[in-house]
Design a binder for this molecule. Structure first.
Ligand code: CA2
Length: 143
């Protein structure tokens, strides 16, 4: 089973600022954690991060035929990007949306998710644990 984990803009800055919102752990900590989860669960994962909307769309398109599912935190593009929504719909792979923070208890604009419209499930407010749960959800759904 192959799962693509995609992180959007500024998530590579995790641990550097706003620890009260996103925690103290770094992006490298997240990558290492998910590599460990994948090894434990006997799943192949590829992790990708970009600050650019078009690159995220390209990566989603490339997943077609190569991956069985997608875990995605589109970060700020969650709330703006119809292009990412359309790419997820186009490849039609089972996808789970993850947010580290509880977007529902933040500014009203964060309560709108375009990408989420193409996802089977959204996990928010659980920190890095949300990514682990997303991988386990896909593993279960795909078996
Ligand atoms: O809670 C999440 O995972 C978000 O997707 C994170 C995005 C935000 O725009 C979404 O509304 C919710 C922001 C990621 C920015 O990460 C930072 C990391 C360090 C310092 C500042 C921002």
């Amino acid at each position: 089973m192959r799962i693509l984990v995609i992180n959007g803009p500024n998530l590579n800055m995790l641990g550097i600022r706003e620890p009260e919102v996103y925690g103290k752990s770094t992006f490298q900590d997240l990558l290492s954690l998910l590599d460990r989860v994948a090894a434990e669960e006997d799943i192949e994962i590829e992790q990708y991060q970009s600050n650019h909307e078009g690159c995220l769309v390209d990566k989603i398109q490339e997943a077609y035929g190569k991956f069985d599912g997608i875990v995605i935190n589109p970060a700020a593009y969650t709330h703006t990007s119809v292009a990412i929504l359309d790419a997820l719909k186009a490849v039609d792979l089972p996808a789970v949306e993850v947010h580290i923070s509880d977007v529902d208890s933040r500014e009203p604009f964060r309560q709108i998710s375009y990408a989420g419209l193409a996802c089977k499930k959204t996990i928010k407010g659980l920190g890095f644990e949300g990514y682990r749960q997303a991988i386990l959800f896909l593993k279960n759904a795909l078996q």
